[in-house]
Design a protein around this ligand. Sequence first.
Ligand SMILES: [Zn+2]
Length: 465
Amino acid sequence: MTGTDGTGTPAATDQYPPTGRLAPAASGEVLLSGVLVYGEGEPTDVLVRDGVIASMTPTADGRPEGLSADADILGLDGQVLLPGLVDMHVHLREPGREDTETIATGSAAAARGGFTAVFTMANTSPVTDNPSIAEAVWHKGQATNLCDVHPVGSISRDLAGGELTEFGMMAESDAKVRMFSDDGKCVHDPLLMRRAIEYARGLDVLLAQHCEEPRLTEGAVAHEGPTAARLGLRGWPRVAEESIVVRDAIMARDYGGRLHICHASTEGTVELLRWARAQGIPVTAEVTPHHLILTDDRLETYDGVNRVNPPLREDRDVAALRQALVDGVVDCVATDHAPHGSEEKCCEFDRARPGMLGLETSLALIARIFVLDGDRDWRFVARVMSERPAEITRLPGHGRPLAVGEPANLCVVDTGRTWTARGAELASKARNTPYEGMDMPVKVSTTLLRGRVTCRDGEVDGVTA
Ligand SMILES: [Zn+2]
């Protein structure tokens, strides 16, 4: 199976490790009855057999031919069928901070959020800077079997920004690491970044940069602007992000390779990405749901739950990021799901750890902004939350068209089911959702990973670890 990264380069399946070895694709049948494929057309019965979509027939025609007597039939009348979501940017905290999240609890949150694959960042403890940790993360994810958990390797040893890690060894390990990032920290040394780009180009792996010039953000806890000034909080200026975006885009222009910008947060970053795209520079970008919906006026309460890096910014940044996602200048949504314990969040704002939960609320928020309150359709949601992230990471089997013969990595959205976000009710071990008490307009009812139900009626199904 092949996909493309948008530049026409085919993706080889063998770039990634084989999946489902510990728990193979379900051999039974699942019937998703009455779904609207991409939210369009007539109700359809989608029959899943042996991990792939076996048939798609109008519900009005009656049960599909050859349906086995013991098929698992899910009545999903009028619900929206999408490809399983792919998140390029999460923090599952294992190893090291299993008190806040584990691969198992993070996978459960992913399944409830409609995700079938996630990439978990390298800022674990110890850091994912060598093959053995990457392999441990990969194997644990496969044993949990609720979502494919791909480890991201760090660019620098121990995230120290000094020397490069062995990309090649991690790429050749059982985990087959295909993305490298020091996320949480910026690779700010230009010489180290140049070497990383050249090394990554040789191996054809993706580099994801957390753009933050650290000299400009020392002690910063909030977006530099009128709100931070009024509240007496140290400001994180837009230029700290934009100066790295432009520097790295120029490096990608001159040295090649595939560069990805993590959590774009400013209007200026959008302008720079637009410029880079126009030059044909191979740079892609993501935006988080929180940067698409929240602004720094949330900081008035000094509640640490609103501290995040990069910080919540202003209305004009939100507007520019929304338009950029619509235009494709920003490619995709990534949650930057970042669990923290209550002692790390319920403290003075300056001391609160940056980061927010995202996996279980992202689909509902993106649907609200772009479909329910906007003029986009569900195909747009499929593009920015599944197809594009799978293309950028060249991940086979995910973000594929909803068609017969394709892998059954799927999610189903109940557009008639509202719910209220409550940290205590999330599958995630942590509770630091900034959306506490917020009404969510739609809910993921069902998720399938290789034909096996991982989320059923909104709840995790079949935990194996
Ligand atoms: Zn980051």
